[in-house]
Ligand binder design. Structure first.
Ligand SMILES: *[C@@H]1O[C@H](CO)[C@@H](O)[C@H](O)[C@H]1NC(C)=O
Ligand SMILES: *[C@@H]1O[C@H](CO)[C@@H](O)[C@H](O)[C@H]1NC(C)=O
Ligand SMILES: *[C@@H]1O[C@H](CO)[C@@H](O)[C@H](O)[C@H]1NC(C)=O
Ligand SMILES: *[C@@H]1O[C@H](CO)[C@@H](O)[C@H](O)[C@H]1NC(C)=O
Length: 422
């Protein structure tokens, strides 16, 4: 097991370095027509997948205050339901190096986006700056290093407010439900602290695998974090501004090495387990090539560095530029902590014992600092890991059913308080 982990680690770093050099091609499917008959899901993008499974889909391009062009995906209603009616809105936000596809790749009845659409919600999926759907800017090009000077700090301060405003504008609603996974929770806490006026636009927030504090990270990646300054220097010198973009090469590696008949399939699942916690029961091996087809979806190297800083400091704070720059930017030598007491939106923390990235004690620290945690829900399966929140075979029964139940509870109590008022 030890060697497998080490090999997987070397493999990840090699792939990271190689793929950082591969130009991203948007229209990737044509090159792989030969594979399509096996699992077409590998090569379809999010809107194509949604359409393929018979659901309505919309694309919305949203410009942030600082010029990034984000493409959101929407399932306005379920398959059999008519578009009429005043549907409550749910916003789904993916995590690190992922995309809107997180919520649909397991298919109808399994992916959270489909489940919510079938329950009668208007489902919007964000795509954060730098991923394959949001690799665009009003005046910068992704070829320029300036484009990649962002972390989840900017995602929380600019991307989330822009997308939330767009949804509320389009639907005429004043509030929405927010579901975030991993980094999709980190950027939410950033928004709540840095743009506190957005808290009142949230009916309730569901944090899947919440990541605020990272001092107790368990994966072998934490050893790499110690070398963050050296890694930052190397990445800078090599001009690696983009981290693990979605690439044809990786997709075909996934399709070839990770498919059902391949003896290397266990290596693929071990890479996932290495990063996120071990759990072979809940991962459907057949789906690994599909996952690799959509993940990684790309982010900035600086985003990873920001997380590595958190692992080292044990704090939830803004990007550390070094003493001199920190003084210039923040007026103090150490980067300021995000003020979590400003995050007043009602929050549900969904966490799991075997999640190596969102350690239970770190989640408890977060819970103690957030002023409005309504409930902490530990997944009853003790082997459940970080990615199981998206793709576990039983995720609907273990997590999603609780979410839809809690959403209904919120809607009912709003209905009652509206009646009382009128
Ligand atoms: C949406 O934004 C447009 C342009 O800013 C504005 O004219 C319109 O009234 C807004 N709609 C709603 C429902 O807020
Ligand atoms: C695994 O995925 C395949 C392909 O989507 C599906 O046919 C199969 O039923 C899944 N297995 C489980 C246990 O969910
Ligand atoms: C954080 O916000 C709270 C509530 O506004 C405020 O009382 C407190 O002083 C802030 N803390 C810091 C360190 O700014
Ligand atoms: C989640 O829902 C199930 C039933 O659907 C329930 O048994 C379980 O207690 C809930 N989990 C939590 C942590 O509330």
């Amino acid at each position: 097991m030890g060697e497998v982990k080490l090999l997987s680690l070397i493999f990840i770093i090699a792939v990271a370095l190689v793929s950082a050099r591969i130009p991203n091609e948007v229209n990737k499917r044509k090159a792989y027509d030969g594979f399509e008959r096996d699992l077409p899901d590998i090569y379809m993008d999010t809107p194509e997948l949604i359409e393929y499974y018979g659901y309505p889909v919309e694309k919305h391009v949203v410009e942030t205050e600082d010029g990034y062009l984000l493409t959101m995906h929407r399932i306005p209603h379920g398959k059999d339901l008519s578009p009429a009616g005043n549907r409550s809105v749910v916003y789904l936000q993916h995590g690190l190096s992922c995309s809107s596809s997180d919520w649909v790749i397991m298919g109808p009845g399994k992916g959270l986006a489909y489940i919510l659409a079938d329950e009668g919600y208007d489902v919007w999926m964000g795509n954060i700056r730098g991923n394959l759907y949001s690799r665009a800017h009003a005046w910068l090009s992704p070829e320029e290093s300036t484009f990649w000077q962002f972390t989840w700090d900017q995602m929380g301060r600019y991307d989330l407010p822009a997308q939330i405003d767009h949804i509320l504008n389009q639907t005429g609603h004043e509030q929405l439900f927010y579901v975030g996974h991993s980094m999709g929770t980190t950027m939410f806490y950033v928004m709540g602290a840095m743009r506190p006026e957005y808290n009142s636009k949230i009916i309730a927030q569901f944090s899947l695998a919440p990541v605020g504090f990272m001092g107790r990270l368990q994966t072998p990646i934490s050893y790499l974090a110690k070398f963050v300054n050296q890694l930052e220097w190397i990445a800078d010198k090599l001009g690696i501004n983009e981290f693990l973009p979605n690439s044809d090469l990786l997709d075909s590696i996934g399709a070839t090495l990770c498919k059902d008949e391949a003896i290397t399939q266990s290596l693929c699942s071990n890479i996932l387990f290495l990063l996120c916690g071990y759990d072979s029961k809940q991962l459907n091996d057949t789906m690994i090539p599909v996952i690799i087809g959509h993940v990684p979806a790309g982010t900035s190297t600086k985003t990873i560095i920001h997380y590595a800083q958190e692992v080292n400091s044990g704090r939830f704070s803004r990007f550390d530029y070094g003493k001199v720059e920190n003084l210039r930017i923040y007026g103090q030598e150490v980067p300021p902590d995000y003020n979590l007491s400003l995050v007043t939106a009602p929050i549900y923390l969904h966490y799991a014992e075997n999640d190596w990235l969102a350690n239970v004690e770190d989640v408890m620290d977060l819970s103690n600092k957030l002023p409005n945690v309504v409930e902490k829900l530990e997944v009853s399966d003790h082997d459940f890991n970080h990615l199981d929140f998206l793709w576990a075979i039983d995720v609907k029964e273990l997590v999603y059913n609780n979410i839809t139940m809690l959403m209904k509870k919120h809607l009912n109590s709003r209905l009652h308080s509206n009646r009382r008022q009128s």
